[in-house]
Design a protein. Sequence first.
Length: 108
Amino acid sequence: MSASSSFTLDEWKGDSPPRAAEIMQMLSEQGLSAYRWSNSPGDVYSAHSHSFHKIIYVLQGSITFVLPLAEEQVTLNAGDRLELPPDTLHEAEVGPQGVICLEAHNGT
């Protein structure tokens, strides 16, 4: 697990990433409700922030998050988890295979 003042990254170390049902169960045990979303290769999210704590698990593909104020960049692959505290400015670009994620919010 890698932590910064602006995010927490938990890189998947297993042979095969967890299935969506396993992640949903784990988030449910933490009192969180997740939803699934996906994007096409090369899709871009411009810089923005949220008023809530954002938790993202990548199920398939990859996505790179840029945190401009922290001058950091992280690429998430299948099984990786990223947590962004409220008001964390971030932007993202989807990898060449597209991406499928589960996302949950804490503090909404």
